[in-house]
Design a binder for this molecule. Structure first.
Ligand code: SF4
Ligand code: SF4
Length: 210
């Protein structure tokens, strides 16, 4: 997560700092689960695809939106005003880059983007992995993997649902909102907090002064 740690220090001593630390640390910790699983079973998306991002706007919790807003506004320095009217003319995710066919905030992508096509599903028959069901090129379609193969692999299998529940447990509310509107709210909060921190640096009597 290049550039994130340094920018995070801007918010040291605030509640936003603790919230960002919580979600960013969690993302770092779970990346091993997905890396080990996808490597062990040779699961990978085609080099250029992103069809999922072209037809989908994620629903996210507050912490997920905060991480995205922090990354695109504070680290990348992007103007997010385009999000105000995004859904008037788009079905795609507002973070999808049409030119590169990649996520423009991959390091902080929400949980649903991490588990889609990269986690197993718990069913009555046990675990299974169905891969991505979107119409990708036939040669790139990810094969179905059954319970026996999964559990005999000795690899820790990421199970869809577990990660969303874990994120829910980190915050007071598990309410989800569409990514565009959730980012706008969090971006406004971060910009306000940054101004408060800067003003407090000039005023040693401020409660935010370090
Ligand atoms: S293969 Fe599926 S999960 Fe991977 S980028 Fe394409 S549509 Fe998304
Ligand atoms: S956040 Fe990134 S990975 Fe998730 S849907 Fe949007 S562009 Fe795709």
């Amino acid at each position: 997560m290049d550039g994130i740690e340094g920018t995070l220090k801007t918010f040291s001593g605030t509640s936003v700092y603790d919230e960002l630390k919580t979600i960013l640390s969690y993302y770092t910790s779970i990346e091993h689960d997905f890396d080990d699983f996808t490597r062990a079973f040779s699961i990978h998306c085609p080099d250029v695809c992103g069809r999922c991002c072209q037809v989908f706007i994620p629903d996210v919790t507050y912490l997920e939106a905060l991480a995205v807003a922090f990354h695109i506004v504070m680290v990348q320095g992007r103007d997010v005003s385009y999000l105000e009217t995004w859904r008037d003319g788009h079905r795609s995710c507002p973070l999808y880059d049409e030119e590169t066919h990649r996520c423009s905030a991959y390091a902080v992508r929400p949980i649903v983007c991490r588990v889609f096509g990269s986690a197993a599903t718990a069913t009555r028959e046990g675990l299974s992995f169905g891969g991505c069901r979107l119409p990708v090129a036939p040669n790139d379609r990810i094969a179905r993997i059954g319970h026996d193969e999964l559990v005999s692999s000795g690899v820790r299998i990421p199970v869809m649902g577990d990660y969303g529940e874990a994120v829910d447990s980190m915050q007071r509310s598990s309410k989800r909102r569409l990514l565009d509107e959730a980012i706008l709210d969090c971006a406004a909060k971060l910009i306000f907090m940054k101004r408060m921190v800067q003003e407090s640096d000039d005023d040693p009597s401020s409660p935010l002064a370090s």
